[in-house]
Design a protein around this ligand. Structure first.
Ligand code: HPA
Ligand code: ZN
Length: 326
């Protein structure tokens, strides 16, 4: 349709994408086979049927299990390249992608295998599609501070190829305050900082991400809407929120796409963006997320242009690079 073509043709940046969450079931089987890894599913259909989540933890359990098929540099390269092929087809011209090193180092896959593989995929995608890409190292918040510090230490040889650090995994019970010192160390190394906050956790966690982690960008942030003073603060400071509509519905944080607050966020003056989070698990890539809210919330084309524009404004590209995309 016209709307589909409009959305695809809209140049956009993706700012909230977990590369491990782009592992499609077909690829899971392929990597399992070539690495001789056993997976607890008989078919692709069986895998997809298991993607029925009632909350974040439900999803994370399956997501970490799926990542077990990722073993070699080639796996990480192929995974990244497959994501960028899909993203480019959706009109993504810049992507800042998360990776979870601890998911892999804890299974005996060295940090360098993960980083070199992803960087190889990014370089190939830049050549193939003329897009740009950055890498964000996420700490798993269900693990402790010392583990995060070890991970930051392992990242040292790759630091000039890593744009920033993030915080993901189980939010409830693992407030940003737990990682204040790790984020201060990352900041001292010149790294940008982002954090998942207010996905399932309360508005207080968003305050902590701002005050204790000094985040440059907020991932999700939905529950900020419960706190008017916080909304005012986010709007006033021009803080970017990386909103993930299909993820919110799949993880039961929003009842359905027709009641998603994305339009309310825009009306409140928040710099909201639209992203896919874990597209292989949540039923769609970034274009699908734009289409879902365009239809579900009847956003007009100006709103879609605003969302795409926000994605560049909220990116870690230089001012000149951003200007070139607007
Ligand atoms: N939230 C927290 N951790 C995650 C997510 C998410 O949506 N996706 C992958 N890890
Ligand atoms: Zn996420």
């Amino acid at each position: 349709t016209d709307l589909d073509a409009f959305i695809t043709g809209l140049p956009k940046a993706e700012l909230h994408l977990h590369i491990e969450g782009s592992l499609e079931p077909e690829q899971m089987f392929e990597f399992a086979r070539r690495n001789g890894v056993t997976i607890p599913f008989a078919s692709v259909d069986e895998v997809r049927a298991a993607y029925d989540f009632s909350n974040l933890q439900d999803f994370l359990d399956i997501y970490y299990a799926g990542a077990d098929v990722l073993r070699t540099e080639e796996d990480f390269r192929d995974l990244a390249l497959a994501y960028f092929d899909r993203a480019a087809a959706d009109g993504v011209v810049h992507a800042e992608i998360f990776f979870d090193p601890q998911t892999h180092t804890h299974r005996g896959v060295p940090f360098g295998v993960v980083a070199n593989g992803l960087l190889a995929g990014m370089a190939e995608a830049e050549k193939r599609h003329g897009l740009t890409a950055k890498l964000i190292l996420c700490f798993l918040r269900h693990l402790d501070e010392a583990d995060a510090f070890r991970t930051l230490e392992q990242a040292q040889p790759w630091l000039d190829q890593i744009a920033g650090v993030g915080l993901d995994s189980s939010e409830l019970g693992h407030p940003p305050s737990k990682f204040a010192r790790v984020f201060a160390a990352a900041a001292a190394m010149g790294l940008k900082r982002v954090a998942h906050a207010g996905e399932e956790g309360p508005p207080d966690y968003v305050h902590e991400a701002l005050d204790l982690l000094g985040v440059d960008r907020l991932d999700h942030g939905n529950r900020s809407l419960e706190d008017p003073a916080l909304v005012a603060r986010l709007a006033r400071s021009g803080m970017t929120l990386t909103v993930c509509p299909l993820s919110n519905v799949k993880l039961c944080n929003v009842a359905s796409i027709d009641v998603h607050p994305i339009d309310r966020m825009l009306r409140l003056g928040l710099r909201a963006t639209v992203n896919s989070d874990d597209p292989a698990y949540f039923g769609g890539y970034v274009g699908d997320n734009y289409r879902a809210i365009a239809k579900g919330r009847e956003l007009d084309r100006d709103d879609l242009v605003t969302l795409a524009r926000n994605s560049f404004l909220g990116s870690f590209l230089s001012d000149d690079e951003v200007a070139g995309h607007l």
